[in-house]
Design a binder for this molecule. Sequence first.
Ligand SMILES: [Zn+2]
Length: 78
Amino acid sequence: MTDIESKKEFTGETIWLVVGVLFCFPFAIYYYFANKEQVWVCPECRESITVGAGTCKHCGTDLSEYTGDDEESASVDD
Ligand SMILES: [Zn+2]
């Protein structure tokens, strides 16, 4: 089974980062890290998607074959 890729990505509003950098840099730093979340990377379109999603919201790819609902059960064949 192919494991889905994941990464940390900023998921907040970019405008608040810009405002923060312009007016209050520490706020921008805080905002950036407070909004960094674990996301999955769609194997088809390389877009970031919510962890736990069943299908890619960008291209509609079924992700269940990559994520595998039965985790850690590789040696169950009897
Ligand atoms: Zn996709």
